[in-house]
Design a protein. Structure first.
Length: 295
């Protein structure tokens, strides 16, 4: 297929490359020339603009930081939806407010386009390996159109419901992830403060009732796992400010539906403090710094 891919960050870039490796023709756009160069080096095409990228595309995939970027791309001054040919499939894998997905979907439907929200989980490692989990909101028919593409970027595809449901599932997941990362960081920091080896303690907890995803594949303590962002100086992963954004979405949603999420609210406050302390650009696992004895 001819695919337009817009947004080549830590997640979007590897996703686009996996589509190229699967034999698809990908014309990509990003504001970063370095990101474009990486995709081009793998056989992709670099578009001069988002409008250029979608010309002749059978599917359009976007992976952008926040709601305002998605709404600005599709409905803003450039009005990208109007540049996309009728009948094209539009997949937005950004993590944004469900209401924004629904707004863009309604406009897309009015132009004869199929739209699904398909945010992902699995981190940069999953994006590179093609093992992401997709949480999809949209019609059965649109999902089946998207499935052959999603399967080249991920191994788990869940149909959460109608448009916006994928986003709701994602913010629930990321709220839990933020809470788990703080709890895991607290436990490791407590053990280290008592003289325990963080690697040994992590393995004990991983194989015990405290086991969780952070301990399995994303340990926040440097040197425990070679592939973790912590061991890379908290670079190249899922940023603190992105986690803060997602926790903000969860709390906005909780307020709207009158759901009680006290731990989610506390996690948001802690990540906000961590960001204000100058760690917004670091991986979200760097939250352990504010919990360490000498942090």
């Amino acid at each position: 297929m001819q695919i337009a891919f817009i947004g080549l960050g830590n997640m979007g870039g590897p996703m686009a490359i996996n589509l190229i490796k699967a034999g698809h023709s990908v014309k990509a756009f990003d504001l970063s020339q370095d990101a474009l160069a990486k995709v081009k080096a793998e056989g992709g095409q670099a578009a001069a603009s988002a409008q250029d990228a979608v010309q002749g595309a059978e599917a359009v995939i976007s992976m952008l930081p926040a709601s305002q970027h998605v709404e600005g791309l599709y409905l803003g001054s450039g009005n990208l939806l109007a540049s996309i040919a009728k009948g094209t499939l539009v997949i937005d894998s950004s993590t944004i407010a469900a209401a924004t997905s629904q707004k863009v979907a309604k406009a897309a439907e009015g132009l004869g386009l199929d739209f699904i929200d398909a945010p992902v989980s699995g981190g940069t490692g999953g994006a590179i390996a093609g093992t992401l989990t997709f949480m999809v909101g949209g019609s059965d028919a649109a999902l089946e159109r998207a499935r052959p593409l999603l399967e080249k970027m991920g191994k788990n595809i869940f149909h959460a419901g109608t448009v916006g449901a994928g986003q709701t599932a994602k913010i629930c997941n990321n709220m839990l992830l933020g809470i788990l990362m703080i709890g895991t960081s607290e436990a490791i920091s407590l053990g280290v403060a008592n003289g325990l080896d963080p690697k040994v303690l992590s393995e004990i907890m991983r194989r015990s009732s405290g086991g969780n995803w952070a301990l399995e594949v994303y340990n926040p303590y440097p040197g425990v796992q070679e592939a973790s962002a912590a061991t890379r100086g908290y670079t190249g992963g899922f940023g603190t400010d992105l986690m803060l954004k997602d926790l903000g979405l969860s709390q906005e949603n909780a307020a709207a539906v009158k759901a009680s999420t006290p731990l989610g609210a506390l996690a948001r406050a802690l990540y906000a403090a961590h960001s204000l302390a100058g760690h917004g650009g670091e991986d979200f696992s760097s939250v352990i710094k504010m919990l360490q004895k000498n942090g």
